[in-house]
Design a protein around this ligand. Structure first.
Ligand code: 5GP
Ligand code: ZN
Length: 109
């Protein structure tokens, strides 16, 4: 089966600007930023969206949110404020079907 785009990024087959990496989670800059700071946080295990991951292994959501906490506390984002967004399916405009959380900030949204 063809690997999804974010699985290719996780496996270093497509270059990205990484901002956070652990054995479980990768954080990187979005290629089309919608705010001064626009990051994407993904788990290294592939699932399509939040409903699939919460049914399959909800601890992965904890891994992702701990990564977001760690990054945002170390990089002024928590102090200044930030937004977390996740899209599921067509009406939300999901374009990459690997669960991911947008972290937006760096300016007044
Ligand atoms: P979605 O619309 O599925 O919630 O978000 C997918 C996001 O992935 C978009 O904001 C888009 O800009 C970003 N994106 C798509 N392709 C790439 C890529 O090759 N590299 C990076 N860094 N981001 C990408
Ligand atoms: Zn994937």
């Amino acid at each position: 089966m063809e690997k999804c785009l974010f699985c290719k990024i996780i496996q270093n087959e497509i270059p990205v600007k990484k901002v956070y990496e652990s054995d479980k989670v990768l954080g990187f800059e979005d290629i089309g930023p919608q705010a001064q700071t626009h990051l994407l946080f993904v788990h290294k295990n592939h699932t399509e969206h939040i409903n699939e991951v919460s049914q399959y292994d909800a601890t992965q959501l904890v891994d992702i949110f701990q990564a977001i906490r760690s990054y945002t506390q170390e990089n002024k984002l928590e102090k200044e404020g930030f937004r977390v967004v996740t899209n599921v399916g067509k009406n939300a405009g999901q374009t990459v079907f690997h669960t991911h959380f947008h972290v937006l900030g760096g300016e007044k949204l």
